[in-house]
Design a protein around this ligand. Structure first.
Ligand code: DC
Length: 234
């Protein structure tokens, strides 16, 4: 019998703690983890490397079928590969965040990435996918959906710490402005905008430490998992 993977979707705006939460859940449950934002970042990187304008939807749509985007786990860390090249260190800057947000509005890009994301979970026991449209479009029937929210200042502070941890020098007010712009971009685009999915559990994390956030979500997810597996009829 082919098993249906248990899919957990985590959606939310930039800096809402999706990655940390998804990684912790994956480690605890032994599920795979898919950072779908990295896929859009890989497309943006390809577009820039080839010298296309980021708003040239026709050129970008034509390019997409030639891109081999893969996510691999090496020594416990995720690496993003584009046509076999490890581009992880080039795709996390604020400039790439904005470019990823721009290319992600193009339907041909979305179609290709959604299909990669659906393929990624095949044959697994369970998977955690984080992004913007996972609960609404990629896996609308997922048994467990989380929607994370936090105020802009909190998210900007988290992003600043993350980027500084990677050795980048950043200004809090600039990050805050870029996050606000990306929020607007990602939630107002025509195709698959950032939205809370029906039945998603909304978790507000402005005044919650990342440890508390992870532990709270883990409790929610484990309860749902027991229910789906018939171990907890309550
Ligand atoms: O999660 P992230 O910040 O790495 O995502 C970068 C951009 O990619 C984000 O601003 C919008 C886009 N994205 C998307 O449109 N759909 C997803 N499922 C994930 C990311």
């Amino acid at each position: 019998m082919v098993q249906t993977p248990f899919v957990i979707t985590i959606d939310g705006p930039a800096g809402s703690g999706k990655t940390t939460t998804a990684k912790a859940l994956a480690a605890r449950l032994g599920f795979i983890y898919v950072d779908t934002g990295a896929m859009y970042r890989a497309v943006a990187y390809a577009v820039q490397s080839l010298g296309h304008a980021i708003d040239d939807a026709a050129a970008i749509s034509a390019l997409v079928p030639d891109l081999d985007v893969r996510l691999e786990l090496r020594d416990g860390a995720q690496h993003t590969l584009l046509n076999g090249e490890n581009i992880e260190e080039f795709i996390r800057s604020q400039e790439m965040s904005k470019a990823a947000s721009d290319v992600s509005a193009i339907p041909a890009v979305r179609d290709a990435m959604v299909s990669l994301q659906r393929n990624a979970v095949k044959g697994t026991e369970g998977a955690i996918l984080e992004g913007r449209d996972i609960g609404t479009v990629v896996f609308p029937d997922a048994p467990c959906k989380i929607f994370l929210v936090a105020d802009v200042r909190t998210r900007a502070l988290r992003r600043k710490q993350q980027l500084e941890g990677k050795g980048m020098v950043v200004d809090l007010s600039v990050i805050e402005r870029e996050i606000e712009e990306r929020d607007i971009n990602d939630s107002t685009r025509e195709h698959s905008p950032l939205r809370k999915a029906p039945y998603a559990i909304e978790v507000e994390t402005t005044n919650t430490s990342i440890e508390e956030q992870v532990s709270m979500i883990l409790t929610l997810v484990e309860k749902r998992l027991r229910k789906v597996r018939g171990e907890d009829p309550a």
